[in-house]
Write a protein that binds this ligand. Structure first.
Ligand SMILES: NC(=O)c1ccc[n+]([C@@H]2O[C@H](COP(=O)([O-])OP(=O)(O)OC[C@H]3O[C@@H](n4cnc5c(N)ncnc54)[C@H](OP(=O)(O)O)[C@@H]3O)[C@@H](O)[C@H]2O)c1
Length: 500
């Protein structure tokens, strides 16, 4: 492996994004496949308003760039990390967007040192060429690090050279653990864009203690899965004067693009293996959560398989993505470490028309059945375009088809006017207050995820002293609860608003 350092040159360049992640499956149907306008398509004003402009705040200077804690927390034998950010898996579909976003950030932060990493030098050269074309930045001398998940030494060498590794190599159930191990050993903090609960929870179970002892922060789910849900829930809790009892989240996609933008195949691979192994989560959770959260006296309103949400202006279906797993772990962590009252959380996909929503349910059931049986699972994996009606593709979406997309996450909280300071004590009167917040951003999976994970990585780099404990494995809502991540995201085109 190698880590050739080259000189960065500066140029111009504008932000970008792409989509994927959580609501993508259901959202996709809305876009081109049998959309029926008019049926229950009352839309939310927040979601339909134009996206906020991307601003690039200047945060120059070495001293402001790196958290003072980086040096303080470095243990004997730990590497210094030549590069502030290393994008691992830069050659992948999503990795390319992340690589470009990091280059844009570095263009505004001249002291930021970054490198791209992947298992093939030639592919990394191509990533670099594409990044130069898409960002219009010179980027000729971005260092390229060769590292392969099947070669642990190469991973350790990469980790030794990094302050923060942005890991875009998935499916994480197959490739993630070795990168986490290498980062802990090499002393590099780590963020990833996994949306796989089993991987995320297993990493927390297996590595939380070791990471803490080593002073390393491992923060998973830093993409569209599941930062809008996790930070949106914290934002909603902070917007309440009193306590929040329950949060109902609806994820929807607004797609004004002319083309059809399928989701890249690897995300489908993650979903299929996740569904096939979902029963294993029970055992992991038994070990991970040895204590019970306090039990609220009032359960949220029960929802069926299909209902209309007035707050989101959408027909809603159950959402099986990773958000619930992530939000509930953050809530638990913030209860244990910060004495914050945990909420009850439920997640749905929002669809604008009733007929598409019904089609979505049928598709979801068929997908689940096919993913559960080994023979049909292999058919799904072999012919993704055919069996998903073009929803997933091995080529990924065209960039131009991502540009006019927008995600909208609507979170409605029910709670009380008053706070009871002790989160162990329960309200005995029913919740009377309701509040809705929205999180709106560009196409979720690619442009959106690239923005989100890059800002998470920068936050770790610049605000490590505000992250929990000396290190550990955390979901984003626990890792970033005391940081400025939300305002960083707002500065970069992802809005958090209280719905009036
Ligand atoms: N959180 C979110 O909202 C969100 C959004 C988008 C994607 N994702 C997740 O991100 C992951 C990547 O998705 P994608 O669509 O970008 O997939 P992809 O295009 O298939 O990219 C996979 C990357 O992993 C690399 N890789 C595979 N095996 C490797 C190995 N043994 N050693 C080193 N690198 C290896 C690939 O390298 P080569 O190029 O050399 O093959 C490539 O760079 C998936 O898990 C996906 O679910 C999450």
């Amino acid at each position: 492996m190698e880590g050739e350092r080259r000189q960065k040159e500066k140029g111009g360049g504008k932000g970008g994004g792409r989509r994927g992640g959580k609501g993508r499956g259901m959202q996709e149907w809305e876009k081109g496949k049998g959309r029926v306008e008019g049926e229950g398509s009352k839309r939310s004003a927040e979601c339909d308003s134009p996206l906020p402009l991307r601003k690039f705040p200047r945060r120059g200077g070495e001293s402001s760039l790196i958290s003072p804690d980086f040096e303080k927390r470095k243990l004997p034998g730990m590497a210094g990390g030549t590069y502030d950010l290393v994008v691992f898996g830069a050659t992948g579909y999503t990795g390319q967007f992340v690589a470009e976003e990091v280059a844009r950030i570095a263009d505004k932060n001249p002291d930021l040192k970054f490198a791209y990493a992947g298992r093939s030098k030639e592919k990394l050269e191509k990533t670099l060429m594409m990044a130069r074309a898409n960002t219009k930045l010179e980027l000729a001398d971005v260092p390229l690090i060769t590292a392969d998940v099947s070669d642990e030494e190469s991973l350790l060498s990469m980790a030794n050279q990094a302050k923060v590794v942005i890991n875009c190599v998935g499916p994480y159930r197959f490739y993630g653990e070795k990168v986490v191990k290498a980062c802990i050993e090499g002393g590099a903090d780590h963020v990833d864009i996994s949306g796989e609960p089993q991987y995320l929870e297993t990493m927390q179970l297996k590595y939380a203690k070791e990471a803490e002892e080593k002073g390393v922060h491992i923060v998973g789910a830093c993409g569209f899965d599941s930062v809008p849900a996790d930070l949106g829930t914290l934002f909603l809790q902070d917007s309440f004067e009193g306590d929040v009892n329950s949060v109902e989240m609806v994820v929807s996609l607004h797609d004004e693009s002319s083309g059809n933008a399928p989701i890249n195949f690897t995300t489908m691979e993650c979903a299929i293996h996740g569904l096939a192994h979902s029963s294993e989560l029970k055992t992991i959770r038994k070990d991970l959560f040895s204590t019970q959260l306090p039990k609220p006296c009032f359960k949220p309103e029960p929802r069926g398989k299909l209902f209309f949400s007035e707050e989101a202006g959408r027909w809603c279906l159950p959402n099986m993505a990773s958000d619930r797993s992530v939000v509930m772990r953050s809530q638990r962590c913030n209860f244990e470490l910060e004495k914050r009252r945990p909420v009850q959380f439920s997640a749905f996909f929002g669809i604008s028309s009733l007929s598409t929503a019904i089609f979505g349910i049928v598709f979801g059931v068929l997908f689940y059945v096919m993913a559960s049986i080994s023979f049909t699972r292999s058919l799904l994996l072999k012919y993704p375009e055919f069996f998903t009606f073009g929803l997933f593709s091995r080529k990924g979406p065209k960039r131009e088809d991502l540009v006019n997309m927008k995600f909208c996450v609507t979170l409605t909280g029910k709670g009380w006017e008053k706070k009871i300071e002790d989160p162990e004590q329960q309200h005995t009167d029913p919740p009377t207050v309701s509040k809705t917040v929205t999180v709106v951003g560009p196409d979720p999976g690619y442009f959106g995820t690239a923005t989100i994970v890059s800002q998470c990585a920068l936050t770790v780099l610049q605000e490590k002293d505000k992250l929990p404990k000396s290190g550990g494995v955390f979901p984003p809502g626990a890792a970033f609860v005391k940081t400025t991540l939300r305002s960083r995201l707002e500065d970069n085109g992802i809005s958090f608003k209280v719905k009036e």
